[in-house]
Design a protein around this ligand. Structure first.
Ligand SMILES: Cc1ncc(COP(=O)(O)O)c(C=O)c1O
Length: 455
């Protein structure tokens, strides 16, 4: 069968790519990037042999990837892909399931249900919470905000489903000064203007200063952060949640990567009281290392999330128990739960803890190597994030550019409290101690060369 041959070929290309990954340049070189132009052909008028299509994709495409699923990519906060999750993803792609409801895919619904329960257990969140499998934390933040908005309006006697948000009673939104852009995007999508946000001052690590929290009430949504994208620092969740509970304010936690601290006996003290919040957002494609795109919205009151997103139509199934689309903004979508189920089934609780703690340990090792070489680490390395300055802004930016061009590893830049810095995020299951040492040695060499050239 021709289809089999095509899939065998795709497997061969993919396996070759993965075998070369540990030694691959992290970012494509100029010669490879030029090859991309070859894809710019006029709209094909007639058909092309599928084998040829695949061959072109492999020849040009495989050279033009960023090896972010390898061991030496430390940009943004990206995870890799555990082999079992990639294999599960291949199988699920062959199934081509629509995960909208149980009726369209019993296996998608069941893996989401089981993986959702396991995740609540791992993260030590209330067992009866609703769990929605979404594209990532941005969408999860959006869903958390929608659930909060729905419930707060309901308390204020406003039916937003019927009347929309024009003319609705005001909802106060409180965020930290270091709120992530994704949380802001979620608030904008939900119709809350940026100028209406109350911003609370943060400390030198980017954590909200609890003593500076404004008065809370039942019309308030507090957006906290577990894992500052630069420092990894986590807001004082317990203290703020306790304040919020007294006043019946809703607390949403953007925990894209920092919520994973809850699984680790070594790190869970950083996120104490997390279960007291009302909704949470977390990425699976970051620290759980499942393929893109994958995140979770979790909501303590399932009805609040369901009411915010619910629709009905005569042709839709009469669901006896919650169907996956009750808790997501999409209807048709892919079966994300399959890979998450596979990751957790394969790693077990011990394996998940080990993955998180290993990355944190490597971040400490990275920081210590850079400090020993005389460079300034700007943050307390509490999780998997390291911020390093090589001197003034121009020098630091030049060194970051050289590191990226060199291809041994990849790190991005940022400005932290006015200081230009390089960000290092250790989030891939594939990263080894050797990768850290090799990357640190390359960074130190490049930085010293640039510093010497400046003199
Ligand atoms: C704290 C925080 N929130 C949200 C996001 C965005 O997540 P996603 O890209 O999965 O939407 C990130 C990404 O790094 C993050 O660090």
């Amino acid at each position: 069968m021709k289809e089999n041959k095509l899939l065998e070929q795709a497997k061969e290309y993919a396996v070759k790519y993965l075998l070369e990954l540990p030694e691959k340049r992290v970012f494509p070189d100029e010669a490879a990037l030029k090859e991309l132009e070859k894809l710019s052909v006029p709209l094909p008028g007639s058909s092309t042999d599928p084998e040829k299509v695949l061959e072109v994709l492999n020849t040009i495409g495989s050279r033009n990837t960023v090896a972010s699923n390898g061991g030496r990519y430390f940009g943004f906060v990206f995870g890799g892909t555990l082999p079992v999750t990639l294999a599960a993803n291949w199988l699920a792609s062959a199934w081509d399931q629509n995960a909208v409801f149980k009726l369209s895919s019993p296996i998608a619904a069941q893996t989401e249900k089981i993986a959702g329960k396991w995740l609540l257990d791992l993260l030590k969140l209330p067992a009866d919470s609703a769990v929605g499998f979404v594209t990532g934390t941005t969408m999860a933040n959006f869903c958390g905000v929608l659930a909060a908005r729905q419930l707060i309006y309901e308390r204020l006697g406003w039916n937003s489903k019927a009347h929309g948000i024009n003319g609705a009673p005001p909802i106060r939104i409180i965020v930290g000064e270091e709120v992530h852009a994704s949380m802001l995007r979620a608030l904008i999508l939900a119709g809350f203007g940026l100028e209406n946000l109350v911003k609370v001052p943060t400390d030198d690590q980017g954590r909200i200063i609890a003593a500076k929290m404004p008065e809370l009430d039942a019309s308030t949504l507090v957006c906290l952060q577990a894992g500052n994208v630069n420092t990894g620092a986590i807001d004082p969740i317990k203290e703020i949640c306790q304040l919020a509970r007294e006043k019946r304010a809703w607390v949403h936690i953007d925990g894209a990567f920092g919520l994973w601290a809850a699984v680790s006996p070594m790190k869970s003290h950083l996120i104490e009281g997390c279960g007291l919040a009302d909704s949470w957002a977390i990425d699976l494609h970051k620290w759980l290392n499942v393929p893109y795109d994958s995140g979770l919205v979790i909501c303590k009151d399932p009805k609040a999330l369901q009411n915010a997103l619910a629709v009905s139509a005569a042709y839709l199934p009469d669901s006896v128990e919650p169907d996956p689309y009750f808790y997501t903004p999409e209807m048709s979508r892919r079966a994300r739960g399959v890979e998450t189920w596979a990751a957790i089934y394969s790693l077990g609780q011990k394996g998940v803890i080990e993955l998180i703690e290993r990355c944190c340990g490597y971040a400490e090792l990275f920081a210590s190597d850079l400090k020993k070489a005389g460079f300034r680490v700007l943050n307390d390395v509490v999780l998997n994030q390291v911020l390093v300055s090589f001197g003034d802004a121009a020098l630091t930016n030049r060194i970051i550019k050289k590191i990226q061009e060199d291809g041994t590893c990849w790190c991005g830049g940022t400005i932290w409290k006015g200081t230009t810095a390089m960000r290092i995020s250790v989030s891939s299951w594939m990263t080894t101690k050797k990768d850290i040492q090799r990357s640190a040695a390359s960074i130190i060499k490049i930085a010293n060369e640039e510093i010497a050239a400046k003199k």
